[in-house]
Design a protein around this ligand. Structure first.
Ligand SMILES: Cc1cc2nc3c(=O)[nH]c(=O)nc-3n(C[C@H](O)[C@H](O)[C@H](O)COP(=O)(O)OP(=O)(O)OC[C@H]3O[C@@H](n4cnc5c(N)ncnc54)[C@H](O)[C@@H]3O)c2cc1C
Length: 451
């Protein structure tokens, strides 16, 4: 047999529903995450095409994990038993123009949803750096873009449909489920199979993207808020050499008056004369249009275009959230480690995210700044660096991104997340036998066996 995916011919029949065939990947063709740094522990994968198929699968299996588009860098989506891909649950179900909401199946990718919304005159409030990720997978980990007044992507969720551990379908909404809803949106894959999400939308808008080169780190001491508020979404990039941000990306809404990005200079940084990749040595072909050319929101808010490889590809990522008011001090604390960091870093990005009320969101009741690291794919080196960075950022109560690499302990999470106990209870309520539990949840959320 070729070293390819093969399909078992026997379709499973459960509870009267014929399931899509179980895909059993050949052992040496194991499923990896997007970056290729993580090998999932099972080759048994199913991709249901309907809610009924999801329900049958849930009823027929003791333990499994849902897979989105596999863009996390750690074992959050891993299972030793079965994986249930959301890839074929990717339809747009309805656009409610009165309520200004769109309802989608969970596995749809932002890029596909954005194209549909734009063609109907609507927009989401924000996007991450890439449009390739699934809506449910991104919301599960509190994935974010940038913008001092923009909450993370989960903040657009107003309702969810979930298949729980019993195979029953439940609906949770912002309006009606004030208690459970804030716990269930950023769910780390632990509450059940999210099958549908309803998201807030708004009338479509155009954005221009202006890039400046060489902003001195010293400018952040007195102007951090001004710099990060200079556009609808602002990102700073550095490799930690020379106390310098090599690039500042300012995404400005064309329907908002404020547009300082028109000036040739920005706090001493100079306007770029061509499109740039955040990693200056790489071609900007994969990047969204810059040079102030206005365009639709979904073609400017992500840094990378849908049809192309985002970021660098062969990489690792880590990211830490710190309280907004501590931004400069936290950045300085990392800068002091520049000699250790620089040999291993591809690029760091600084972004701002507004507060929300999701229990497991790193921005829970806290406007935040993120310090992100795109590393060379050298885990032995990165694994030694992360505890050093985490120690330097500990005085700022830094919280790691749930979908990226970190070494923070369960004990530390207990002090960082005041709602951790409530979240544990919520997971036990919806999933008493731990069907959706995996090593990641055991270790980070439940602190099982001293992990
Ligand atoms: C190149 C690159 C750029 C990135 N840029 C950003 C960025 O700009 N901002 C940012 O915050 N993050 C960023 N990330 C991280 C990424 O957005 C998150 O890790 C996100 O969670 C990935 O979504 P996914 O669909 O790939 O989820 P997966 O990795 O497949 O799964 C993540 C979690 O969601 C759960 N899950 C997925 N679907 C469902 C479902 N239907 N029901 C229940 N649980 C489900 C899984 O079980 C798992 O626990 C980036 C990652 C890469 C590789």
């Amino acid at each position: 047999m070729e070293k390819r995916t093969f399909i078992k011919l026997s379709s499973l029949t459960m509870a009267g529903t014929v399931l899509s065939p179980l895909i059993d990947l050949a052992q040496d063709d194991k499923l990896k995450n997007w970056a290729g740094n993580y090998l999932y522990s099972t080759t048994r994968l199913q991709a249901p095409q309907s809610i009924a198929e999801v329900q049958s699968f849930v009823k027929g299996h003791e333990k499994f994990k849902v897979l989105g588009t596999r863009h996390c860098f750690n074992n959050i989506a891993d299972s030793r038993d079965y994986l249930l891909s959301s890839g074929k649950l990717n339809k747009i179900l309805s656009l409610d123009k009165n309520a200004q909401t769109v309802t989608v199946e969970a596995g749809i990718r932002y890029g596909e949803l954005a194209t549909y919304l734009f063609s109907n005159g609507y927009a989401l409030h924000n996007l991450a750096s890439l449009p390739h990720i699934s809506v449910a997978g991104a919301c599960a980990t509190a994935t974010h873009g940038s913008g001092v007044k923009n909450g993370n992507l989960s903040s657009a969720v107003v309702a969810m449909e979930i298949v729980t551990a019993t195979g029953d379908v439940i609906y949770l909404s912002k309006e009606k489920d004030g208690e459970a809803f804030p716990g269930a949106v950023v769910n780390l894959g632990g509450i059940g199979v999210v099958t549908k999400l309803t998201l807030s939308v708004q009338p479509s808008f155009d954005v221009r993207q202006d890039v400046y080169e060489n902003l001195s780190l010293l400018q952040l001491e007195h102007h951090f808020d001004e710099i990060m508020s200079a556009g609808y979404s602002v990102s700073l990039f550095t490799d930690w050499r020379n106390k310098n941000f090599s690039e500042v990306w300012i995404k400005s809404r064309m329907d908002q008056a404020l547009n300082p990005a028109l000036k040739p200079e920005f706090f001493g940084a100079t306007a770029a004369v061509k499109n740039l990749h955040p990693i200056a040595e790489l071609s900007a072909e994969n990047c969204t249009e810059q040079m102030g050319v206005p365009g639709p929101w979904h073609e400017r808010l992500p840094h990378f275009k849908m049809g192309f490889t985002p970021s660098s590809g062969k990489e690792l990522q880590s990211e830490y959230f710190v309280p907004r008011e501590k931004s400069y001090e936290a950045i300085l604390a990392v800068e002091r480690l520049h000699e250790k960091i620089s040999p291993h870093i591809l690029i760091t990005e600084i972004r701002c995210i507004d507060a929300d009320n999701f229990w497991m969101s790193p921005c829970y009741k806290q406007p935040s700044t993120t310090i992100h690291f795109t590393w060379q794919q050298d885990w032995p080196a990165v694994s030694k660096l992360l505890p050093v960075i985490e120690e330097a950022l500990a005085p700022f109560q830094a919280k790691p991104h749930w979908g990226k690499l970190f070494t923070v302990s369960h004990k530390r999470f207990q002090s960082l997340y005041e709602k951790l106990g409530d979240f544990q209870r919520l997971l036990k309520q919806y999933d008493p036998k731990g069907k959706f539990r995996n090593q990641y949840l055991d270790k980070n959320i439940f602190g099982v066996n001293g992990l």
